[in-house]
Write a protein that binds this ligand. Structure first.
Ligand SMILES: C[S@@+](CC[C@H](N)C(=O)[O-])C[C@H]1O[C@@H](n2cnc3c(N)ncnc32)[C@H](O)[C@@H]1O
Length: 216
């Protein structure tokens, strides 16, 4: 993905190729958990495809991303939809999430960003997300996942290899994946509401809730 993001104007096309056109239905499913009036943080918002869907549902969104070119596309998208008031875009990394106040968001969402974070930054992001969420706030995630069983690992490699190659040739993009995100969420003070894997277990959608108990 990182190489794709060096050509952000190709990003939306590249991501549709990589997900065999499934990304739009994934975004639609993720925002089913957004309600009118929600104040939402979109981590690694990229070109804003998920953010604008949340706004369509009546939310206001703060989108953060380290890539100014991706944010520029998100900004144009918001402008075209007349969503400038509903979408605040901030050029910042997850490492700066400590700047947000405690309990300031109803929902935090992220698609395809966590697979780009080093492990220590993912851990930090989970801690910060729990802090910035209101009590019982939802954490909504869609991302690439490493299958757990050997057969699915092999199948995943065989199916994805030509796809990744074609995508790389067309868009100069590559990809990575998360492992055990469900377990990491639980040990970071989240209660799993739903976990949805596709058949190959190479894409995971998780809805988690900030649990009431404070972590010791
Ligand atoms: C694959 S894109 C996904 C974009 C968007 N969420 C989507 O679903 O299309 C990953 C995004 O995460 C951003 N990103 C990567 N590392 C980040 C970090 N440390 N802090 C904030 N954003 C980051 C990248 O700049 C990129 O825009």
């Amino acid at each position: 993905m990182k190489v794709l993001e060096s050509s952000p104007h190709r990003y939306d096309k590249g991501i549709r190729i990589l997900t065999l056109g499934k990304i739009d239905e994934i975004y639609d499913r993720l925002v089913e958990n957004i309600d009118k009036g929600d104040h939402v943080l979109d981590i690694g918002c990229g070109t804003g495809m998920l953010s604008v869907r949340a706004i369509n549902k009546g939310a206001s969104v703060v989108g953060i991303d380290i890539n100014p070119q991706m944010l520029e596309i998100a900004s144009k998208r918001a402008e075209q939809l007349d969503y400038q008031a509903e979408l605040e875009l901030l050029e910042m990394g997850v490492a700066e999430m400590d700047g947000f106040e405690d309990s300031s968001f109803d929902k935090v969402m992220s698609s395809l960003c966590f697979s780009e974070l080093p492990e220590y930054e993912l851990e930090y992001t989970l801690i910060q997300t729990r802090r910035v969420l209101k009590e019982e706030g939802l954490f909504i995630i869609g991302d690439e996942n490493k299958p757990r069983t050997l057969i699915k690992k092999i199948l995943n490699f065989l199916i994805r290899f030509p796809l990744v190659l074609i995508t790389y040739i067309l868009t100069q993009t590559t990809t990575s994946a998360l492992y055990n995100l469900d377990l990491k969420l639980q040990s970071s003070g989240f209660e799993l509401i739903s976990v949805r894997n596709n058949k190959l277990e190479n894409f995971i959608e998780i809805i988690a809730r900030k649990s009431k108990e404070s972590l010791s």
